[in-house]
Design a protein around this ligand. Structure first.
Ligand code: SF4
Length: 270
């Protein structure tokens, strides 16, 4: 039996790799990764992928698009669109899905292969969607973090491997400047990675459309700069770790307080 772990570099996929390796010791286990350029995939995420693989005594198998030289902006500008079909991010499909399916076709047999994903128990819709998409193509899937009742590990800290640094501010170890992420992620990018911010603005210019939109239409990054600058000046912390609702309501209050002029003179007597 071949066990193919979709090994993204995130913490959940590392737990899947460990659970699958422990349960199916002796079988063929593949840690399949799509490596990304160093400027959008944090060096510490690359460290994490390697340390978990070393702990398991397995190599990381790479299925990369264009030798991992292109990021999410390059591939979307090449195709002149951010999304395809029913709104799927084109970057996912070019950088991850297509190399994954190509690798499976060339290296695995549906009758003797199971593909494993790191979705959480609170993501039943993703589990169902992935099962049905892969099932239609003849591939079997499993979701140890979401579905296995007998778990042996909850954190890689238990085996002495620190989580990727990106979890300090980001929710996921995804690409920095993720085209699927919301404005809170992009506020962090604005504050911490102006190089990625500028490249994203370039991509919006080239494609002629915005990465984000709301009910009133597209929201271009350039039009967010005044708001984000005000938030940054007021000291709104750049983090995805605060739940979204709380983050934006706190940001609103902090910016309002910062903008209120001091009307009374200081009355300290010196
Ligand atoms: S992590 Fe985000 S930016 Fe990267 S490929 Fe996936 S959707 Fe695109």
């Amino acid at each position: 039996m071949k066990h193919v772990v979709c090994y993204s570099g995130g913490h959940s996929s590392a737990l899947v790799a460990i659970e699958v390796s422990r349960k199916f010791a002796g079988d063929e286990i593949v840690l399949l990764n799509h490596d990304l350029p160093f400027w959008v995939e944090d060096q510490d995420t690359k460290r994490f992928k390697k340390e978990v693989a070393d702990y398991l005594g397995l190599p990381v198998t790479y299925a990369n698009h264009a030798g991992a030289t292109k990021d999410q902006f390059d591939v979307t500008v090449d195709k002149k669109a951010f999304k395809v079909g029913a709104g799927t991010e084109l970057c996912t499909s070019v950088l991850k899905t297509a190399p994954f399916l190509k690798w499976l076709k060339e290296n695995a047999d549906p009758s003797g292969t199971v593909c494993y994903y790191g979705f959480d128990a609170n993501e039943p819709a993703r589990v169902q969607r992935r099962s049905s998409i892969m099932g239609e193509m003849g591939w079997r899937t499993d979701y140890p973090v979401a579905l296995w009742t007998e778990r042996t590990i909850r954190s890689t800290l238990e085996v002495g491997i620190p989580l990727p640094n990106s979890y300090g501010v980001f929710k996921h170890a995804n690409c920095v400047g993720c085209l699927k992420a919301g404005l809170q992620h992009w506020y962090v990018v604005f504050c911490t990675r102006q190089d990625i911010w500028m490249k994203a603005k370039w991509a919006e210019d080239e494609i002629g459309y915005a990465i984000h939109k709301d009910k009133d239409g597209p929201i271009f990054l350039e039009d967010l700069e005044e708001r984000f600058t005000a938030m940054q000046s007021a000291g709104v912390q750049a983090t995805e770790q605060t739940p979204s609702g709380r983050f934006w309501s706190q940001a609103k209050k902090i910016v309002a307080i910062h903008a209120t002029p001091e009307t009374k003179p200081c009355e300290c007597a010196t």
